[in-house]
Each structure stands twice: as structure tokens, then as C-alpha cells.
Design a protein around this ligand. Structure first.
Ligand code: IOT
Ligand code: MG
Length: 487
């Protein structure tokens, strides 16, 4: 597929042994490129994207492969220039939504990095024989890791021995001969700043505008719930581009059509409503797990409706979401005392890594590219470091964000209480009812969801099965029969 809206590369598998049995989920053009090599250290890359060749830049004895994107339309050449000057420290300078692989010389040294939040995941196997494999999906490396060495700055992927996920905000250099070294390029800020409320409101609006500006590219759709997060994004796109296209999805069980339409009308958006069945949303589970390579049942519930909605969008387009605003702003913690909010945010900001909620894979297997402006580096930095008193103020959650868009959205939208996508689509309640109908005890529903997610993970990530071949009903039956969930 060629579309200017999609980065040159959305997925890759780089191997120092020549092309292997790569199987990446991303559906777009695919090319195998020789990155470097002679005899022993031949380096080939399977690159998936809109223009795979354009994802690679070379100069002297360096080759850089960039998956995803960085601001100012900087492609791999911009990374290469920065790397030439700064070496691995280049990645502390780079904001963006990316994973990068730098091959030194003929491949005897490989440096890999992901963005500040690890929004484009990267997995590495370094064998005792000196082979190095890097891929944007862990399942691609299954079986290679049996001889995998430990690596700093990484965590082993559950169920895939020796396959290691690079931590968010990390740059890792692997020497084929053995020594490896990891560096932090970004860490979650631990401090908080007392900012004048008016100044904080203005800053939040300004950083979000910048984050949207560098990621807007037509054709583009904003996925809109009519809540403050996605409405603020849609308003920002409208202000930047003079127009905005929005889409809202509802199910036979529940929808947010009315609040989303209100926003769309206010912004003069080209607005679409998608109606589907909640059963078809739940049926996405094997795909969501295969694409995020994460078995966390709560995250899966958030992503199921999005995964379903993405199927309705035209390949070759971009999607902008309001996903992730609740994490640094503590928006998911309604009803908790003000005192605890800061601690809850600290917890959320220290547990996101590896959940892969923002992974492009959820859209790229359909030929879409997703952007999440709230997790742009500058936005995330600003939101995280604001004092909790600006995040919930006068009893209003996400106060600073609501204030920032008070003049751009209907008053009703600005004051609309939080409704999660898993709630607004009926996904959570429907899945619970399915399980209750199978005899699962009310107090065991969460456990059942966790076991089912884990079983599916074992099939599609560790086991390499195609998600389309997983029978959710059969997995559910097996889990209910095996575990003590009915008592
Ligand atoms: P929620 O914030 O409701 O939805 C996330 C995004 O999905 C919205 O901003 C919007 O862009 C899109 N969306 C939601 N509903 C619809 C709809 N009906 N039609 C079209 N698009 C829609 C969960 C949540 O509440 O989603 N996400 C939280 C929390 C993540 C927690 N993770 C963590 N602690 N690591 C969030 O921050 O977005
Ligand atoms: Mg939200």
C-alpha cells in the first residue's frame, strides 16, 4: 500500500543471519532489505510499511531503520544525522512515535531504541552464538530465544523464553561478540510542579496543539466518544486544519451517539456513526491479544471496541485518538479522595510499560496508522508533572484539560462525566454477562476474564496460532471447566 498518511515503516524484523521465517501482523507492502553485511554478519530486514525502502538511511558504516515517525517530517536521515553526532544519546533528543534500529559496520554491533513511552514496541533476541534478532512483534522471535542471553534495559516476554522487550525510553547497544549496554533516554517524571492555574491551562492547550500539528496528515479521522479527551483532540485538529473528520461507534447494547454528535455539530465535523453488535466487539479478543501481545484483561476491554471500529475505517488513513489522557491526569479514578490521586497517578505511570495499549499494531494490520497526542512526549511530560490539585480541582476531574478547551467545545461536553469506552460500548457488561451465563460466579468474573485472556495469549503469541483460528467460545468453555470459577 502506498499512502502518504502512513509512515514508511510500521513493522520490522531485523536479523543478523539473513532472512528468517518472519511473520508480522502488519498488512501493508513488505520488502526484505539488505542493511549491511559480508560473510558472517549479513544483516537483512523485513520491513512493512507504505514505502519500506524509505525507512532506511545509510552513511559510512551506519544504517538506520526507522519504524514510525518523528516530528518535522524527519525520516531515518534525521535520525542518522543525530546519531552521527551523538551516538546512542541521539535518542534522548528524539521525540516521536517510533522504534529504531542502527546497524554498525557489517552488523557486529546493533543499537536499538524505542520512544519515551515505548509506543512502538521492540523485541530483541541475542543468542550465545552472536546472532541478533530485533522485531516489532514478539511472536516473530518465538523459538529463537531458546539460546537468548539476558540483556540490560529489557524484560523477558511472558511465555517466550529468551525473547526480551526493550523498556520504554531505553536505548540498547548489543555487541555481537557479547557486551551490551542500556541507557535511559526518558524516565517518567517523579517531580510535580506548582504552576499557576491559568498558566497551566494555557500550557496544556499549547502542547496538545503542537502534538496534534506534527501528527496531522490527510486522510485522517478522529475517533470520538464525545468525552473531553477525544473532543479536545477533535477541536485541536479542527483548529489546526480548518476541518475535521470524526467517527463514533456504538453497539446494539450501548452507544455515545448523542454526546459525540453534539461535539461533531459544534465543530462542523464530517461525522460518521458506526453501529455494530457487541458480540462482534467481543469477537476481537484474539486479534487484540495477538496485536498488543499483552494478556491484561482490563486493557483488552478498552481496546476491543477500538479494534472493532478500526475495521470500518479505510486502509491508508490515519486515526487520531484521545487514548491515554486518563493516565497522567488520573481520570480513571473517580470517587477516590483527592489525597490519593497523586499516588494513583504514580502507580499508573509506573505500570504502563509492556501493556502496549498504544501499539500501532492494532491499526497497522488494517493499513491504518494511529496517533495518540496525549502520549506525545511534551504533552505527557507537561500533564504528568502538574500538581494533582490541577488535575482534580473543585471536585472536577481532569480540570486542567476541561478548562483548556472550555471555549472550544459545548459547555455540556466540557462538564460531561467520564465514561470509559468499555462502558459506553457495553463491552465490559456484555462480556460479564456471557460469563455469568456460563455459570461463572459473580465474584469470579474478573478472574475468568484474566484466564481467558491468558489462554488466548498462549495460543496466539507463544503458540503462533492465527487469531482468526481461535474459537473464543471453546476457550471460554475450557477455562470454565478447568478453573474453579463457578463456586
Ligand atoms: P476512553 O478514554 O473512554 O477511550 C479512549 C479513546 O477511544 C477516546 O479518547 C476516543 O478517542 C476513543 N473512543 C472512546 N469511545 C469511543 C466511541 N464510542 N467511538 C469512537 N471512539 C471512541 C480507557 C478508557 O476509559 O477509554 N482508557 C483510559 C485508561 C487507560 C488505562 N491504562 C493504564 N492505566 N495503563 C485512557 O487513558 O484513555
Ligand atoms: Mg478518554
Amino acid at each position: 500500500m502506498t499512502s502518504d498518511a502512513i509512515p514508511a515503516a510500521v513493522a520490522c524484523h531485523v536479523s543478523t543471519r539473513g532472512p528468517g521465517p518472519t511473520r508480522l501482523s502488519a498488512r501493508a507492502s513488505e520488502e526484505t532489505l539488505r542493511l549491511a553485511g559480508q560473510a558472517r554478519w549479513q544483516v537483512d530486514a523485513t520491513v512493512v510499511g507504505s514505502a519500506p525502502q524509505g525507512a532506511v538511511a545509510r552513511a559510512g558504516d551506519l544504517a538506520v531503520l526507522l519504524v514510525g515517525e518523528i516530528p518535522d517530517d524527519g525520516g531515518p536521515e534525521a535520525v542518522l544525522r543525530l546519531y552521527h553526532d551523538l551516538g546512542p544519546w541521539a535518542f534522548s533528543e528524539l521525540a516521536g512515535r517510533f522504534a529504531a534500529v542502527v546497524v554498525h559496520g557489517a552488523g557486529e554491533r546493533v543499537t536499538v531504541s524505542v520512544d519515551h513511552a515505548g509506543t512502538v514496541p521492540l523485541y530483541v533476541v541475542h543468542t550465545w552464538d552472536g546472532d541478533i534478532d530485533v522485531a516489532t512483534e514478539a511472536k516473530v522471535l518465538a523459538g529463537l530465544g531458546d539460546r537468548g542471553r539476558p540483556l540490560p534495559g529489557t524484560d523477558e516476554v511472558p511465555g517466550l523464553r529468551g525473547v526480551r522487550r526493550l523498556r520504554a525510553g531505553t536505548c540498547l547497544t548489543v555487541q555481537a561478540s557479547g557486551h551490551s549496554r542500556a541507557r535511559d533516554t526518558w524516565t517518567v517524571p517523579a517531580h510535580r510542579e506548582r504552576v499557576d492555574p491559568d498558566a497551566a491551562v494555557a500550557e496544556v492547550r499549547a502542547v496538545l496543539e503542537e502534538a496534534v500539528a506534527w501528527q496531522v496528515r490527510e486522510p485522517m479521522t478522529t475517533v470520538l466518544s464525545g468525552g473531553i479527551d477525544s473532543s479536545a483532540v477533535a477541536a485541536t485538529v479542527r483548529a489546526h486544519s480548518g476541518r475535521v473528520a470524526t467517527v463514533t461507534m456504538g453497539t446494539d447494547r450501548s452507544d455515545e451517539f448523542a454526546p459525540a454528535s453534539l461535539v461533531a455539530r459544534h465543530l462542523g465535523a464530517r461525522h460518521t456513526q458506526v453501529s455494530t453488535t457487541v458480540d462482534s466487539v467481543l469477537a476481537e479478543l484474539p486479534f487484540v491479544v495477538a496485536l498488543t501481545e499483552c494478556a491484561d484483561p482490563a486493557v483488552n476491554e478498552y481496546l476491543l471496541p477500538l479494534a472493532r471500529l478500526y475495521r470500518e475505517l479505510p486502509a491508508g488513513s490515519r486515526v487520531m485518538t484521545g487514548y491515554g489522557a486518563d493516565i497522567p491526569l488520573g481520570g480513571m479514578h473517580r470517587g477516590q479522595a483527592d489525597m490519593a490521586l497523586e499516588e494513583l497517578i504514580v502507580d499508573d505511570m509506573s505500570t504502563f510499560d509492556g501493556l502496549n495499549e498504544l501499539s500501532p499494531n492494532l491499526g497497522s494490520h488494517l493499513g491504518l496508522w494511529t496517533s495518540h497526542p496525549y502520549w506525545d512526549r511534551a504533552v505527557l511530560q507537561r500533564l504528568t508533572t502538574l500538581a494533582a490539585g490541577l488535575k482534580r480541582r473543585e471536585g472536577i476531574d481532569k480540570w486542567v484539560l476541561r478548562q483548556a478547551f472550555a471555549d472550544a467545545l459545548p459547555a455540556e461536553t466540557v462538564s460531561r462525566p467520564k465514561l470509559g469506552i468499555h462502558e459506553g460500548s457495553g463491552t465490559t457488561s456484555h462480556w460479564s454477562e456471557v460469563l455469568l451465563g456460563r455459570g461463572v460466579a459473580a465474584g469470579r468474573v474478573q478472574a475468568a476474564k484474566a484466564r481467558i485472556s491468558r489462554d488466548i495469549y498462549d495460543l496466539v503469541v507463544a503458540g503462533g496460532q492465527e487469531p482468526g483460528d481461535v474459537d473464543l467460545g471453546a476457550v471460554t468453555t475450557a477455562v470454565v471447566a478447568r478453573e474453579e470459577l463457578t463456586g
